[in-house]
Write a protein that binds this ligand. Structure first.
Ligand SMILES: [Ca+2]
Ligand SMILES: [Ca+2]
Length: 350
C-alpha cells in the first residue's frame, strides 16, 4: 500500500572531510537584511537609543559587586501602541551562568527600576570582568524584542568603587545580545529525486563555556554536542544528535544527519539545531540554538532557500547561536528559537 504520510526516517553517517566542507556557491545578495525596523539596520555606526543609569559599588564585607539599576530615559517604542515594556538583564562577564533581570515596567519609555543586584566576585578580579546590560521590551505573546545594550569594559572607569558611583551610559542599539553564545557551521543538501535532506554538522567556534572548573577555578569549557530536531507544524517529529566533544569550545564534528523528506513535504518542515553541553552529573544544558526552514528568520531562512535553489549541492554557512526563549509554539519542548535578523556584517563566509 502506498502511504502518503511523511516518513521521516533518518540516519547518521560519518562524512568524509572533503565532501563535508565543500563550499556552496555564496550569493551575498541573499543575505542582505530584508525586513527590519529601519533604525536597527546598520551596525556601523552604532546607533544610540536612550540612556541607562546605574550605580556601582564594591561591598568588601560580602565580597560582591553591587549594581543598582536606576532608570532609563528616552527608550524607543517597540510596540504598536507607541510604547514599550522595558526590563534589563545583567551579566558580569565572562561568567554567563549567573544573570539577573529587573521587573518589567509596563507601557513606559522612561522606566524607573531602582533594583539592586549583587555579583559575588573578589575585588582583585574586577579588572578581568565586564558588566553587560541588555535592555528588552517584554511582549506577552511573542519573543521579546531587544532594544539595546550597554557594556562597561572598565569597572574602575569612574571610581575605585569604595562608594556608590552613579553612571549614565548611552544604550547602543542592537537586536542580538553580544553576549556571544558562539557559532555553528553546517551544510544543507537536498536531493529532490531521492527525497533526502542531509544536514552536516561541521564545527562550532567560540562556544559559551558552561563548565567552570579546575583547581584555580580558571578553567572554563564545555562538552558540546549538537541536537537536530525535525519540526513539522510546530511538532517535533524526530531528533538526532552528534557525538559529544569533551572539554572544548571549538569542536569539530563532520557528522551528517539524514532526513527522508519527499519534495511535496519540504515546505512543511524545518530544523531546530541546538548546541548542548553534556554534563556527567545533572542535566545537560542548552548553549544556544538556531533554526533553519521556510519559517525561520534571516540567514536561517535564506540558507534553506539556497539549499532548495541548488539541489544536490551542499551549501555551507556559519550561523550565530541564539538564546533559547520560552514560547507557545513548541509546547512539547517549551521552546522556540528566536533568531535575529542578520546583517551582512555579522556574517563570515568560508
Ligand atoms: Ca511590548
Ligand atoms: Ca559539561
Amino acid at each position: 500500500m502506498n502511504v502518503t504520510s511523511v516518513d521521516f526516517t533518518m540516519d547518521t553517517l560519518p562524512v568524509r572531510q572533503s565532501s563535508a566542507v565543500s563550499i556552496g556557491r555564496i550569493k551575498p545578495e541573499l543575505y542582505k537584511q530584508k525586513s527590519v525596523d529601519s533604525e536597527d539596520g546598520n551596525k556601523e555606526p552604532v546607533e544610540t537609543c536612550g540612556k541607562l543609569s546605574f550605580a556601582l559599588k564594591y561591598d568588601y564585607e560580602e565580597q560582591a559587586l553591587v549594581v543598582r539599576i536606576l532608570k532609563a530615559l528616552d527608550l524607543p517604542a517597540k510596540d504598536f501602541t507607541g510604547t514599550s515594556d522595558p526590563y534589563v538583564k545583567i551579566y558580569l562577564l565572562p561568567e554567563r551562568k549567573k544573570k539577573f533581570q529587573t521587573r518589567v515596567h509596563r507601557k513606559t519609555l522612561n522606566p524607573t527600576f531602582d533594583e539592586v543586584f549583587s555579583f559575588p566576585v573578589e575585588y582583585d578580579q574586577l579588572c578581568n570582568r565586564k558588566l553587560h546590560f541588555s535592555v528588552y521590551d517584554f511582549d506577552r505573546f511573542t519573543s521579546h524584542d531587544m532594544i539595546g545594550e550597554v557594556v562597561v569594559d572598565n569597572l574602575f572607569e569612574l571610581s575605585d568603587l569604595s562608594r556608590e558611583a552613579v553612571v549614565w551610559k548611552d544604550i547602543l542599539a542592537s537586536t542580538t545580545e553580544s553576549v556571544d553564545l558562539g557559532e555553528i557551521m553546517y551544510s544543507l543538501c537536498y536531493l529532490p529525486t531521492a527525497g533526502r535532506m542531509t544536514l552536516t554538522v561541521i564545527k562550532c567556534r567560540n562556544l559559551k563555556a558552561m563548565d567552570i572548573t579546575g583547581a584555580s577555578g580558571a578553567f572554563a569549557s564545555s562538552d558540546p554536542y549538537v541536537k537536530v530536531s525535525l519540526i513539522c507544524d510546530g511538532r517535533r517529529l524526530k531528533k538526532r544528535k552528534t557525538t559529544t566533544k569533551k572539554g572544548t569550545l571549538n569542536p569539530v564534528y563532520n557528522e551528517a544527519i539524514i532526513f527522508d523528506i519527499p519534495p511535496e513535504n519540504v515546505e512543511q518542515v524545518s530544523l531546530s539545531i541546538m548546541v548542548m553541553d553534556y554534563d556527567r552529573v545533572g542535566h545537560n544544558e542548552v548553549i544556544g540554538v538556531c533554526r533553519t526552514g521556510p519559517d525561520a528568520e534571516g540567514l536561517g531562512r535564506d540558507h534553506w532557500n539556497e539549499m532548495l535553489a541548488y539541489p544536490r549541492k551542499p551549501i555551507t554557512h556559519w550561523h550565530a547561536l541564539c538564546e533559547l526563549v520560552n514560547s507557545i509554539i513548541l509546547p512539547e519542548d517549551n521552546m522556540q528559537c528566536r533568531c535575529p535578523v542578520y546583517t551582512q556584517m555579522s556574517l563570515s563566509y568560508l
